[in-house]
Write a new protein. Structure first.
Length: 233
C-alpha cells in the first residue's frame, strides 16, 4: 500500500480509501499457484519447479490494458513473474498426440526455402528501436500507395514495431522475451523469408541480434540463412 502516495480532493481520506481498496483488488488475481519451494503441478499431471512466483488464473483479455501496465509501474517484479509464467505455460500443458498427416488436400500457397508454407506474399519491415517507428510508418504508406500497385503479386506491406528504446538493457535476464517475440513474428511464413530491418545504428539491439543468421524457424529445424535487408535511418 505504500508504493503509491495519494493526496488532494475535498475528502482526502475517502479518496485514499477508494484508491487503496482498488489497489488491493488488483492483487487478488492472478494467484500464486506454486508451493513455497516453487513446485507446482501442471496440466500434464507432472510436478514442475519455478524459481519465481508462478501465477495462474490469467485473465489477460480483460486486464491487459489496465492491470498489467499498473503492475509495471507499481509492482514490476509481479509483471516479470507474469511474463515468465506465460512463457512456462506450454511446458505444463498436456501434449496432444501427433496428428496423422492430411492426404488428398491442397490449398493455394507457396513453399519457402526453409520448408515453411505461406498463403500470402507480404513485405515485412521490422525495427531494432522505437525511434524509427515514424520512418517505418512513412515507408509503409509510400510503398503501399506507390509501389504495390506495380506489383500485383505482392499482397501488402506490414510494419512490425515495438516500444523499446536505444538504451534497453538487452543483456538483462528477461530481455530475451521481447527480442524473441520480434524475431518469431518476423519469421512468419507469409514474409517468404525476406524481412527488412530499419535501425539507427547506435542502439544496443543491433539487426544481427534481432534476426541472427542461421536461426531456426520454430520446431521445423530448417536452417535459415541471412535474410535481412538492413537500412539505417
Amino acid at each position: 500500500m505504500l508504493t503509491v502516495q495519494v493526496w488532494g480532493g475535498q475528502d482526502e481520506h475517502s479518496i485514499r480509501t477508494i484508491f487503496h481498496t482498488a489497489q488491493y483488488r488488483t492483487m487478488l488475481m492472478p494467484r500464486v499457484y506454486a508451493d513455497l519451494d516453487g513446485r507446482y503441478r501442471g496440466l500434464d499431471g507432472e510436478v514442475h519447479s519455478a524459481d519465481f512466483a508462478y501465477l495462474s488464473d490469467l485473465s489477460l483479455w480483460d486486464t491487459y490494458r489496465t492491470l498489467h501496465p499498473w503492475w509495471v509501474l507499481a509492482h514490476p517484479e509481479r509483471a516479470v513473474d507474469l511474463a515468465r509464467s506465460l512463457e512456462g505455460l506450454p511446458i505444463a500443458t498436456v501434449k496432444r498426440a501427433p496428428l496423422e498427416p492430411l492426404e488428398g488436400y491442397t490449398f493455394e500457397g507457396y513453399r519457402n526455402d526453409d520448408g515453411s508454407v505461406g498463403t500470402r506474399n507480404l513485405l515485412g519491415i521490422t525495427t531494432t528501436v522505437q525511434c524509427v517507428a515514424g520512418v517505418v510508418e512513412f515507408a509503409v504508406q509510400r510503398i503501399r500507395n506507390e509501389l504495390l500497385p506495380r506489383y500485383k503479386n505482392v499482397d501488402d506491406v506490414v510494419g512490425l514495431e515495438h516500444s523499446y528504446g536505444c538504451g534497453v538493457a538487452i543483456d538483462a535476464a528477461e530481455a530475451i522475451i521481447p527480442i524473441r517475440t520480434v524475431r518469431n513474428i518476423s519469421l512468419n511464413p507469409n514474409f517468404g523469408g525476406e524481412v527488412m530491418v530499419v535501425s539507427l545504428g547506435c542502439e544496443k539491439l543491433q539487426p544481427d541480434r534481432t534476426l541472427p543468421a542461421g536461426r531456426r524457424r520454430g520446431d521445423l529445424g530448417h536452417p535459415v540463412g541471412p535474410v535481412m535487408r538492413t537500412l539505417s535511418a
